[in-house]
Design a protein around this ligand. Structure first.
Ligand SMILES: [Zn+2]
Length: 121
């Protein structure tokens, strides 16, 4: 059947590693489905559930945020926060996990949390 032939062809193309686009797309879809399942996530939980590094998750989130906006969804980001003085790391926190508060030097940092919301919700 033609379908079988196409599948084999696609698999061969995938395995030959023509660019890293298919793998990137798959990773992003996996990340998206975890978020679509609902709830709040941190880079760590997303990393665990997608088998991506936290750095990769952060990178994908940036792109995902853009494509979600086109679909009427929004990635809500609760920034990392210092437990001692309440300092908020704002949007910088998406890319890296801050290790120390710039204001009080505490290392007790709550990580940023991510959730998927409809625009009206
Ligand atoms: Zn602090």
């Amino acid at each position: 059947m033609d379908l079988e032939k196409d599948d084999a062809h696609a698999a061969r193309r995938y395995l030959s590693g023509v660019g890293d686009q298919p793998a990137q797309a798959t990773a992003r879809r996996r990340l998206q489905s975890v978020l679509e399942a609902g709830g709040e996530h941190t880079l760590r939980t997303l990393s665990q559930q997608t088998s991506l590094s936290e750095r990769d998750v952060a990178e994908h989130l940036v792109h995902l945020e853009r494509s979600l906006t086109h679909r009427g969804l929004a990635l809500v980001i609760e920034p990392a926060r210092c437990r001692e003085c309440g300092f908020r790391f704002e949007r910088r926190s998406r890319a890296t996990r801050p290790s120390r508060c710039p204001r009080c030097r505490s290392e007790r940092i709550d990580p940023a949390r991510f959730a998927l919301r409809g625009k009206e919700g």
